[in-house]
Structure formats: structure tokens, C-alpha cells
Design a protein around this ligand. Structure first.
Ligand code: SF4
Length: 209
């Protein structure tokens, strides 16, 4: 896990510092993974949202993307408790963990290619400590490619596509469009399309026993 003041991406450090001054009560630091390390599922998002995870300190917590993600996780038995959009709401993840391809909030939700590469070490460390890992859900192309490359595979061999499943060694990668407000507002992703991906995941895990 990167330290609170991880210095590796100068542009993101400057952005973080700026928001620490503007909103000193916010988390404003690299956001750690949420959920048990012995989970069989890892969900990989893009990066903390400015007023979501960057504010609350927990992935997908406090913005629209979290409303859809956590409701879906609860529906399929991957979460229990109440999601109240704050890191201390007591929500627990079950057999599931959530992380981001890039741990610091980027301006306009857009990390630069170099920042994605630089933060890859932390995804690698997360994957390494998850001994029971069986499946990944990548939310969006950046998360998908970050996982594929971190696993040592060629991007071109595993093209991203919503609803697709890929086999990478012992791990199955499920792709979904990101559950951002933009994607749902524009109809790129409907809640049903999102649920269908998790239904596929649930079925896969249940079949594996
Ligand atoms: S994005 Fe990752 S590598 Fe870059 S500063 Fe943040 S934690 Fe460090």
C-alpha cells in the first residue's frame, strides 16, 4: 500500500496537495483496497473520484458509482450491512475486495498513461497477497488493461469488451463498463447490464464450489 504521501506521480501529488488545502477534512491521499485479503474476487476500478473515494477514503464510497456498485454487490451476496456512502457505515464485503488501477485521484478522472504504469506496482502487490483469488471484475478499459499487463499478458491477446470473460491462467477476468454516472446517464451502461456481469461472476464462483 502506498504511503499517504506517495511521491511517485508529480502531477497527482500536486493535485492532492491542492485539495488538502482546499478541503482539509477530506481524505486526500492514496486510497487503500477495501475488503478481505482472502476474498476470491477482486473488483478493479479506475481511480478515486474527487468527491467520492478521495473525500471519504474508501473505494467507490460517496458518489454515484458507489450507489450502483454496492447495491449490486449486496444483491449478489458480496456485501452485507447498509451502504450509507461513508467509510464508517459498517458495510462489510463478503468474499470480495475492491481496489483501483490508480490509487490517487486524477484531475477530471483521467490518469495519464505514465501514472497508470507508475501505480501498477501497488496492484501487483494487492494481487500477490490475495492467495484465494479466482476472479477479477475490471470496471472499464483502463482497469482491464492494468490487470492484464500486471499479470504479464499481452494487451492485444485480451481485448476489453463489456460482458466478456477472459481466462488468464487460473484467474477469470470479467469485463464491465465502468459504473460511473456518465456511463449510466448516457445509456452506455444500464443497471441491468451491470447486474448481468455480476450474475455471470456469481454463477462462475458457485460452479467452482
Ligand atoms: S497514483 Fe499510485 S504511484 Fe502515483 S502517487 Fe498515487 S499512489 Fe503513488
Amino acid at each position: 500500500m502506498p504511503g499517504r504521501d506517495c511521491p511517485r506521480c508529480p502531477r497527482l501529488v500536486a493535485f492532492r496537495e491542492n485539495w488538502r488545502e482546499r478541503e482539509p477534512q477530506w481524505f486526500n491521499a492514496p486510497v487503500d483496497s477495501f475488503g478481505p485479503a482472502d476474498a476470491r474476487v477482486l473488483i478493479v476500478g479506475l481511480a478515486p473520484g474527487l468527491r467520492g473515494a478521495n473525500r471519504t477514503g474508501r473505494p467507490f464510497t460517496g458518489d454515484y458509482a458507489g450507489d450502483l456498485l454496492y447495491a449490486t454487490l449486496k444483491h449478489f451476496g458480496f456485501a452485507r450491512g447498509s451502504y450509507l456512502a461513508s467509510a464508517d457505515d459498517g458495510l462489510e464485503l463478503v468474499d470480495c475486495r475492491i481496489t483501483n488501477a490508480v490509487r490517487c485521484v486524477p484531475p477530471e478522472n483521467k490518469p495519464l498513461p505514465q501514472e497508470i504504469v507508475t501505480c501498477r506496482d501497488f496492484l501487483a502487490a494487492t494481487l500477490q497477497e490475495m492467495r484465494e483469488l479466482r476472479a477479477i471484475v475490471a470496471l472499464g478499459r483502463v482497469a482491464h488493461e492494468q490487470f492484464v499487463v500486471t499479470g504479464g499478458a499481452r494487451r492485444s491477446a485480451f481485448p476489453f469488451g463489456h460482458g466478456r470473460a477472459h481466462q488468464l491462467g487460473a484467474l477469470t477476468l470479467f469485463d464491465s463498463y465502468h459504473c460511473s454516472r456518465y456511463n449510466t446517464n448516457t445509456g452506455v451502461l444500464t443497471p441491468q447490464m451491470f447486474r448481468d456481469v455480476f450474475a455471470q461472476l456469481r454463477q462462475h464462483l458457485d460452479a467452482a464450489g
